[in-house]
Design a protein around this ligand. Structure first.
Ligand SMILES: CC(C)(COP(=O)(O)OP(=O)(O)OC[C@H]1O[C@@H](n2cnc3c(N)ncnc32)[C@H](O)[C@@H]1OP(=O)(O)O)[C@@H](O)C(=O)NCCC(=O)NCCS
Length: 170
């Protein structure tokens, strides 16, 4: 059965290919160092029964961030103090061989659940993501992410949307 696990040495980082070199390189070279230094955390989707090295079907990474309300759409900005805490979905990708099978959705739902753990402990206004292109933006919009003008490749998923999505899927 597929399961999300925190990135570990037992995962086959080198065998991962999502078709995007920067994302592949992040998993191979950066994700582990960042996790050790507390800069971000990466979670991989693996078959829990696979022997090491477990093939990686997909992954995402999260880090804490601080948002200036003046950068938010007016409707959101008016409800916020000048700065507020949030969580950034730094990277998300699915192995080429498994794209189009619902794993991207599993990863986004996994990221939302992790957000709720942080939210219950320390608050946070939602999840932010930098989509790498217009295609990725459309993918995120499916889950209720709202593009933030003027650069519509940055998107925001409010905590309310996350709570509803997580409740529905439980
Ligand atoms: C984008 C990506 C994560 C999608 O993963 P996936 O496993 O193929 O997506 P899923 O099968 O879970 O699809 C979930 C939904 O998103 C839609 N979708 C998938 N890729 C999409 C895209 N590129 N644009 C718009 N919609 C997309 C699917 O049609 C599906 O919609 P449905 O629920 O209405 O049927 C994957 O293609 C990938 O890793 N691409 C390379 C890296 C990348 O672009 N990462 C994005 C972060 S910058």
């Amino acid at each position: 059965m597929l399961k999300l696990e925190p990135l570990a040495k037992s995962h086959d980082r080198d065998g991962f290919d999502c078709g995007s070199d920067p994302l592949n390189l992040f998993l191979k070279q950066t994700a582990w160092q960042h996790a050790e230094r507390g800069i971000s955390r990466t979670f991989v989707l693996v078959d829990e029964d696979a022997p090491p090295l477990k093939p990686v079907f997909g992954f995402f990474s999260l880090n804490l961030c601080q948002i200036k309300s003046e950068t938010m759409p007016a409707a959101e900005a008016k409800r916020l103090p000048r700065e507020a805490g949030a969580v950034r979905l730094g990277r998300l990708a699915v192995h080429l061989e498994h794209q189009g099978q619902g794993l991207g959705k599993m990863l986004v739902m996994g990221a939302m659940r992790k957000f709720m753990e942080i939210f219950r402990t320390a608050g946070g206004i939602g999840l932010f993501v930098d989509a790498k292109d217009a295609n990725a933006r459309q993918f995120y919009e499916k889950f209720g992410f709202i593009p933030i003008p003027p650069n519509d490749l940055e998107l925001f998923l409010p905590v309310k949307t996350i709570e509803e999505a997580v409740d529905e899927s439980d």
